[in-house]
Design a binder for this molecule. Structure first.
Ligand code: MAN
Length: 381
């Protein structure tokens, strides 16, 4: 039996069947923080008075100066009084300011059924997002209670970010923290790279993956002379949204693309996949916590183990999820049934996984590394 929790789980939260995460019938993912959700829209002051915060979720995670940093995706939208109007915020790069488009929902040209975006009825292609996301820091001494910075850390400032910055991952390499983030605009969904050394100032290093791509995580060290990253081209037509791997010698130019892993029919990861947390190094391989979704659009976390010297090789992949939407705050929210991790902290044999819930808030769960390793199917890949 591994070491006991260092307090994040507290008196364990029990779900549904009341099983204890350490009991005989224990299943993964029941050791959620008792304070969940640990960061909610009510904790974040809108960046403008006429806006409201609808989500603070999918945060990148780092330890800096003794603090846990959650670099949260904050989604805001203009307040509305007339329910027939949808107001779309975006960054107008030519005018270098925020602008708002008003849409009358009684108009027939667009489909408003997905709360996340407006699509053209003909092509089912997303035309606008209903909120603007940017990145804001929440800091904590104990990893549970967070204080949100007054101002944004990264706000849209170029044409590739006109519809927002989303779902950051933070990779520490030496004293430098590299941030990959989804860069969204009418030109498509690509991936930007930025770097900080102090979580005060940040330098943008440009778009590293053009549209359509997202869910990029960079490995935290050079492997046999190269940097590696997982990425997720969002193919349309042929192929599926699955996880690929690429390498680089400078973190900016990526090549050597290989398909890493695919969806599995009739499974919890049957429709789309994406890398989640930054991979962690274990004795047995690089452990990656990824997300998969199914036909119902339910997002669940799984694990995959990659070769230490060649992360293009899969050693094992979990058959069953390590965390699935079950708690009320995971099931209900802006976009229902989502657990989505962009970062974790590994402390000895415990993993403190932070994850976005229902595209609304942030939560945390502690898992034994051994339980996650046990969930991997070491025979069949
Ligand atoms: C999907 C969802 C949204 C996100 C857009 C653009 O629709 O993941 O949350 O805003 O893609 O990335």
């Amino acid at each position: 039996m591994s070491k006991v929790s260092n307090g994040y789980g507290g008196e364990k939260q029990q779900l549904n069947d009341g099983r204890d995460s350490r009991g005989e019938t224990a299943k993964l993912g029941t050791d959620r923080f008792v304070n969940n959700p640990i960061l909610t829209p009510a904790d974040v002051k809108p960046f403008r008075e006429d806006f409201e915060v609808i989500g603070t979720f999918n945060a990148g995670v780092a330890m800096y100066d003794g603090e846990t940093i959650l670099l949260s995706r904050v989604a805001e939208r203009p307040k509305v009084t007339d329910a027939t109007i949808v107001r779309i915020p975006f960054y107008d790069h030519e005018a270098a300011r925020l602008a708002i488009h008003n849409f009358d929902t009684r108009q027939s040209e667009f489909d408003f059924s997905d709360p996340r975006g407006i699509s053209s009825k003909s092509g089912k292609h997303t035309a606008y997002l209903t909120s603007l996301s940017y990145l804001r820091i929440a800091r904590s001494r104990d990893g549970i209670h967070f204080t949100v910075d007054e101002k944004a850390f990264m706000f849209p400032e170029n044409e590739y970010e006109a519809f927002g910055l989303e779902d950051p991952r933070i990779t520490q390499i030496g004293d430098e923290y590299y941030i990959t983030y989804t860069s969204v605009s009418s030109l498509g969904v690509g991936v930007g790279l930025a770097m900080t050394t102090d979580f005060k100032r940040v330098q943008r290093l440009g778009l590293i993956f053009p549209p359509e791509n997202k869910d990029v995580v960079i490995f935290p060290e050079v492997i046999e002379g190269k940097y590696y990253a997982l990425h997720r081209p969002s193919v349309s037509g042929l192929g599926n949204p699955e996880i690929w791997v690429a390498s680089s010698t400078d973190l900016v130019h990526w090549g050597g693309h290989r398909h890493l892993m695919g969806i599995r029919p009739d499974s919890w990861d049957s429709v789309r996949l994406g890398a989640g947390a930054v991979p962690i190094k274990t004795e047995d391989g690089w452990l990656e916590i990824y997300h998969g979704s199914d036909e119902e659009g339910r997002y669940t976390l799984g694990a995959v183990l990659l070769d230490l010297k060649d992360p293009t090789k899969i050693i094992a992949r979990s058959d069953r999820p390590i965390l699935e939407p079950e708690a009320d705050y995971e099931v209900n929210g802006f976009y229902k049934n989502v657990v989505f991790s962009c970062g974790l902290i590994a402390e000895g044999d415990r993993l403190r996984i932070y994850y976005g819930v229902a595209d609304t808030a942030m939560a945390g769960v502690e898992l034994d590394l051994q339980d996650v390793m046990d969930s991997l199917n070491l025979q069949r890949v």
